[in-house]
Structure formats: structure tokens, C-alpha cells
Design a protein. Structure first.
Lengths: 196, 226
């Protein structure tokens, strides 16, 4: 087996280049932040409203799911709604992406979602662990969700040959995968203090 | 960023660790891992400190040295013995060229050893840790009084102290995660006053704005909804 270490893409940069990269990121932040406004507020409120409508539509359709077209339309649109809620709304709002609006409802500290993982557990495992220790093996559980090998530093094992199969299974059960992966396992001192 | 200063997998047969002062800490993690795996087959640790009493983890090192045949410890106590030189290295560990070497310590030591490996050995077998410079936290503002509205607590903080730390020092249990502005776990609402972002020195703040208290110092009196 090769003992070669795969270098971080940042390893070849000098201190000055990293500093410059940081400045470029800051410039992007300032540009985006300076541009935020009514257009963005309209976007997120429209997406949330659209999500709610799709959910109602899907549930009503599913009442008639003994008819195949209604079953397909119901499950299809509920799936779309779940994805919207998870990826575009819940993820971003709970990240604090919309906190700038100072809207008490669309805010990382108050937002909740209809997903298996609780908002506290997700914010801990995602915002804190995943984004502070991104892709660090043994620390960031998003690196393969503890069942897949997606980084060359992870030790190979024959079971990974089945990875495409159980990745498909994970896709189907994704919210449960996230919920299990968000179980809190860090020491109490580094956890959220008891939420008030 | 993922650390590159880690033991390769599979483990090399022969290892040399060179450290000084608190540079021992990352090396200590590697030694502990090796010890747990039972992989102390041929390991040399050369550690420098001013005085015996300054050696961090000394008890552990000496215990392993006594217990394990595959581990050899050399303490360079610089008050008496002076700083380690290349001749010392040749004497302590003549087969250093055959080993994977891990180096951690102050910058001038890293430079000296790196140069020696460059000219007399194989630079590719030398792995080193340069301590990262402290990020931010250099630009100090005026500080001020902090009122934690929910906790009903008031305290003072100087311009270099994050609101989170000031709160903890008065005994509050505030939410936190990364403590460096990434994760938003510590977010609270600013009810009045201005804060300074300790990462870049920017002063900002409007009533009702969300702030991360781990990277914000008060700039004059502030009230937060925590």
C-alpha cells in the first residue's frame, strides 16, 4: 500500500498567499453583505410560502393515493418539499444566513423543521463540528457519515465495495441518517449549555 | 485545515521525535497513539527543556522509557548541557538518516534541523509542525460595560476580551461551540450599544442585530439578550 500523504490543497501556499486568499474571501463577503435587501427577503419568504403550499398539495394528493397518478404526484411533491425544507430553507436559516434580517421567525436561534434530527442536534453537528473541523477524519462525521470511504486517508476495507449500494439506501433514508449522525457525542464542556 | 503533522499509516518501523518546550504536545499525542497500538518498536525521543522541572509530561516519558524496550528518551536540559547541536544529534541517534523524523518546537530550532536534513540527510523524511501565528485578537478597542439581559448580570470587559469570555468570568453559562466565529452557536441579540469584531477590528452594531459573542468585544456600554 502506498504510504504517500496526500497534501492539503492549501499546503503549497505561502503565508502571504493565504493572507491574500483571506482578503479575497472577505471582499466577497462584503460585496454580498452590502447587496442584501428587500429582494433577498422576498426570495426567502416566497420559498417558505411555496414549500408550505407544496406540502399541503402533496398531503391532499396522497389522500387519493389508491389512484396511481395521485400517488405519484403526492409522493413526488412531498419529496420535493422535504428537500426544499432541508437544503434550501432549514440548512440556510439555521446556519444564520438570514439572521441579518433580524426577523424573529426566520432566524437561526428560533427556526425549526419537520425532520428527524432536532434543530439543536443538527446545529451542533453541522454548524459547529462540520464547519469548524471540516473534513477532518475522526472529527467531522459528514466525512462519509461514518459508513462511507470518501477520503484517501480513510483506511480501505472490502466492505466499501458495497458503498454504492448503501449510499443509495442512505439517500432514501437521508433524514434518519442525518439524525443518527447528529447524536451528540462530544464532551459536555464543549456542548451547548442547556438551552434556555 | 487538516493537520499534516500526523503519524503516517502504516507506521514507519523506525521513528525519531525531536521537540523542545511545549513543542512536545503534538508529539505526545503520537507517542500515546503508538503506545496504545503497541507500536513502540524503535522510537527515539530527543526533547529539550531548560531544566528538569520544566519538562512537560516528564513522568510519562520516564515511565515509558523504563517500561518499553523499543523507546529511548534523551532529555537535553539546556541550562546545564546547552542547546542541542548537530554533533549531539549524531551522538544520540547516529542512525537518524534511517528514521522518519517528527520535529516540533520554536522556529529557530525548526530552521536549524531542517537545514541539517537538507544538507546532510533526506528532507522528505522530516515532518515538522510550525506553530500558526495567533489569528486576530490584536486590535484593541475601548471595552465597556456589558449587560446580559436574560441572565440579569452586568460586568466590565476591556477591548480585547470577547463578550462570551467576560460573561463566563462572572460565572454565566453561555452557549458556545467553536469560539472563533464560525459556528454561530453563541449568537445573541444586541439590544443596545456597539461591538468590535475582534477578527478585523470593525466596529458595528444596530439594535436587534445578531452578534456572535465569541468574537465581539464591547465598544462602550452594550446590552445583549443572553
Amino acid at each position: 500500500m502506498s504510504t504517500a500523504q496526500i497534501e492539503s490543497p492549501l499546503a503549497g501556499l505561502s503565508a502571504e498567499q493565504i493572507e491574500q486568499l483571506g482578503e479575497e474571501f472577505d471582499a466577497i463577503h462584503d460585496e454580498v453583505y452590502g447587496d442584501l435587501g428587500e429582494r433577498d427577503r422576498a426570495y426567502i419568504t416566497n420559498i417558505i410560502a411555496m414549500h408550505r403550499r407544496i406540502v399541503v398539495f402533496a398531503r391532499v394528493m396522497m389522500l387519493a393515493s389508491r389512484y396511481k397518478p395521485a400517488w405519484i404526484a403526492g409522493t413526488g411533491s412531498l419529496s420535493a418539499a422535504k428537500i426544499l425544507e432541508n437544503m434550501e430553507i432549514g440548512h440556510n436559516v439555521m446556519h444564520g444566513q438570514w439572521d441579518w434580517m433580524n426577523d424573529p421567525k426566520i432566524h437561526s436561534s428560533t427556526w425549526d423543521w419537520d425532520t428527524a434530527s432536532t434543530k439543536e442536534a443538527w446545529k451542533h453537528s453541522h454548524n459547529y463540528i462540520h464547519h469548524t473541523y471540516t473534513n477532518i477524519r475522526g472529527k467531522d462525521k459528514d466525512l462519509g457519515y461514518e459508513i462511507m470511504r470518501i477520503d484517501p486517508h480513510q483506511k480501505w476495507h472490502p466492505v466499501y465495495l458495497l458503498q454504492p449500494a448503501y449510499n443509495a439506501l442512505l439517500m432514501l433514508l437521508f433524514e434518519w441518517g442525518v439524525a443518527v449522525g447528529s447524536r451528540r457525542t462530544t464532551s459536555p464542556g464543549r456542548c451547548l449549555a442547556a438551552s434556555r | 485545515m487538516e493537520g499534516d503533522f500526523t503519524l503516517p499509516d502504516p507506521r514507519p518501523d523506525k521513528l525519531l521525535f525531536i521537540s523542545a518546550g511545549s513543542g512536545i504536545t503534538p508529539i505526545m499525542s503520537m507517542l500515546r497513539a503508538l503506545e496504545q497500538e503497541g507500536g513502540m518498536e524503535d522510537v527515539v525521543l530527543v526533547h529539550s527543556a531548560c531544566h528538569r522541572d520544566d519538562v512537560i509530561f516528564r513522568d510519562w516519558m520516564e515511565e515509558i522509557d523504563g517500561r518499553s524496550d523499543g523507546f529511548r528518551l534523551h532529555l537535553q536540559l539546556t541550562d546545564d548541557m546547552g542547546r542541542m547541536t548537530s554533533e549531539d544529534l549524531e551522538q544520540i541517534c547516529p542512525d537518524w538518516r534511517d528514521r522518519e523524523t517528527f520535529l516540533s518546537g520554536p522556529a529557530d530550532m525548526l530552521d536549524a534541523v531542517e537545514e541539517y536534513f537538507d544538507t546532510h540527510g533526506d528532507r522528505d523524511r522530516l515532518h515538522m509542525e510550525r506553530f500558526q501565528p495567533e489569528v486576530g485578537f490584536h486590535e484593541e478597542g475601548e471595552g465597556g460595560e456589558i449587560k446580559f439581559l436574560v441572565s440579569d448580570t452586568t460586568t466590565e470587559a476591556d477591548g480585547g476580551t470577547p463578550i462570551l469570555v467576560a460573561g463566563e468570568e462572572t460565572g454565566l453559562q453561555l452557549n458556545y461551540g467553536c469560539r472563533e466565529g464560525i459556528c454561530h452557536t453563541c449568537t445573541g441579540t444586541l439590544c443596545s450599544g456597539k461591538v468590535r469584531d475582534l477578527r478585523n477590528g470593525n466596529v458595528y452594531g444596530t439594535e436587534g442585530e445578531s452578534i456572535r459573542v465569541c468574537i465581539s468585544a464591547p465598544e462602550g456600554p452594550v446590552e445583549v439578550d443572553l
